[in-house]
Design a protein around this ligand. Sequence first.
Ligand code: C2O
Ligand code: CU
Ligand code: CU
Length: 550
Amino acid sequence: MSHPDYNRRQFLQYAAVGTIATALPGFTLAGHRSINSKPNSAFKPDVELELTAQVAEVPILPGANTSVFKYHGKLLKGPQNALKTIPGYLGPILNLEYGQKVRIFFYNQLSEPSIPHWHGMHVPQMMDGHPMYEIFKDEQYVFEFEVKNPAGTNWYHSHTHEMTATQVYQGLAGLITVTDEHEQKLGLPNGEYDLPLVIQDRRFTAGNQLQYLRGMHQRMTGFHGDTILINGQANSAIPVKTRAYRLRILNGSNARIYKLGWEDGTPLTAIGTDGGLLEKPETFPYIMLAPAERVELWVDFSGRKPGTDLTLQSLEFKGGMPLMGGRMRHGGGGMGGGMGRMGMMGGGLAAGAAFPIVKFQVTEQVSDSPQLPERLVPIHRLTAQNISNPDKTIPIAIGMQHMAFQLNGRTFEMQNQIMDIEKIPVNSIQKIRIFHDNQMMGGMGGGGMGGGMRRGGMGGMGMMRNMPHPIHLHGQQFQILSRKQTKPSNSYDTVKQGFIDSGWKDTVLVMPGEEIELIKPFKDYTGLFLYHCHNLEHEDMGMMRNFHVS
Ligand code: C2O
Ligand code: CU
Ligand code: CU
């Protein structure tokens, strides 16, 4: 995939209507960039590191290397394990501790603008990697923040204006772990028994180069590839011993939603969500994991025989993507081969198809294993009584107009275009309602959808209203108050037991017809904090807005 910019510009041409076509990086921002290019001498870091976005050639498939974008890291100060380089195209794992002060020098050596965001971390606006802070080749941005998150699994990725999807696709992402005292007392599996598992789908050319999506329809649904990568590598089989493991799973895919399940039907034991550990372990028949969501699993291989294996799969589900007049083929099914290039010729793995994700091979018998704790960490439950302004629920209305997904009736505007409903007092706790605004899709703005789209040649763009959207809010983690399906649907029955609504979250999957209420604190920091769809193609099309906290 050598021309991300080409794809993006091509899209801008498609989108000659509406607000999308107006912004090109470097033009809108020229003259009022406020780049934090210098370290603050009053800030005394416990951990200091460099992160450079650069082009790299890495082995992913057998044969030729793949040209990727990669965050290259270097630890300047701090504990040796604060930065762990891994094979493949992902950036180093940053292992942080609650309370640490962290300084990251970000260097851009790409020939396009870039800026990283610390997804899930509670940091000030200037340190959050807002696209208005993207830097150009050979520039630097200095991030300085204190770790205020509890123990858990977060991640970092490019958040560049209209180029997040292409840059993340090419490799600009990495994991962040946070540890704290509470967690350390639990004696969870650690070291080699604490396994990161970043799941991404990609597509490759015959020459092993990354291939991105083509055309408007694929962009509307978001990219779905035919090859599953684990931790930035193909053909993953992970050797394990007969004991318990902690799996830190991140869905780092652009658009694909996974329905995680063990091949032999063993229930999954969740111990953590996006924002940290749960109060107590919970079991699920399967777990839905949308882009950007994390889940931590406890998996115990005790009692399994060396020489056997256990595969984590994505199970079949419906409602993952609109069916567009014969375009979608049903992939899944006969996976036959290995974990590498699976799926159908030319078509890719359809959203909601069944396929294997990663195989655990039991290679060694051991006699001791930690016990699953009955209780994990205390979670302070937020309730209606905590809401600062009970009469005012903040809406996040998912809509669509002029071939663009919108939030609250608008597409992304960089700054200064804040609607009243997007203004939030600092140190308040807000109730937020996310819902599909079918009204808006029907007729607002003089028949955008009403006429044109529905007769359009793509099997009915109106179907796009039936898409799931993983909605992500920057800043502090939230809790889910309620989830309701407004119209009964058979599709929903295939996913409804897979949501973990009891923990701290920063991303929530909103299925077609679903309405979700959540409660979110906005403490400590004023400024602009994004809310957006984490289907990265949707995000880049403008399905993103700012909250202004003041
Ligand atoms: Cu993971 Cu605003 O992003
Ligand atoms: Cu984020
Ligand atoms: Cu979306």
